[in-house]
Ligand binder design. Sequence first.
Ligand SMILES: [Zn+2]
Length: 278
Amino acid sequence: MLVAGFPAGTFQANCYLLAPGPGGPCVVVDPGEGAHAPLDRAMAEHGLTPAAILATHGHPDHVHGAAEAARTYDVPVWIRPEDRPLLRSPWLGLNHELAAGLGDRPWSEPDTVRELGERAGEAGTVLDVAGLRIEALHTPGHTGGSVVFRLVTEEGGQVAITGDTLLPGSAGRTDLPGGDPVALRRSLAMLTAALDDAAVLLPGHGRSTTMGQEKVSNPWLAGAADADGADTAGGVAGASGGAGDAAGDGVGDGAGRPSAPGAARGTAPDGETGERRS
Ligand SMILES: [Zn+2]
């Protein structure tokens, strides 16, 4: 599996391309503000053609470029129904300050929108697209329609695109409209059960990581790691009281900090997490 990605825009949201290999169809996840040019470059470099656009959630730093990309490549945009209104009216998901930051920039809804997990109460859905099998796990909390996309590589390894639900050392903020801290805790607990320790996590902001690394260093997962009997003595000590404050600036989360994502401790699929530009 080929995985490429780059941070873009004011909030340095990560956009990812996934494909069975170079020279064929791919999916594009979270083409946000400023993603258009680097996306074109990445696709040209790898000879990729988009078959679909996927949104981990509806915040503008993740979907601002979705309409243009969908129109350019004539492909649909997939998003959970809870966040679909944000494609049309992004300010609905923001506070006053962030909504004001949108300013007068042009905004348009994608021509073709498809909803993940169409049936009410459905926990997720599976997309077979671009030669990939992509599972959308519903992980409400950061927004009502947040999802984590899970894939399995040819070698059997797991890759998860976590959006703003789970970030390196942090988790998505829950103080914006649609946010729900109780739901986020539940979603994070579900993820720790659904993903093995070797799973490569490609977050919405910041560097890539692994579930095993997060279990011992991310205060948001401390409870989950304890429940598994994992040794949490290493990274969680000293984090007491910090978890709730980890969510911070930006539309995203605690990781509005623009650190370029890198390969996840050498375990990224095919070593192809490359193409990190800022
Ligand atoms: Zn967000």
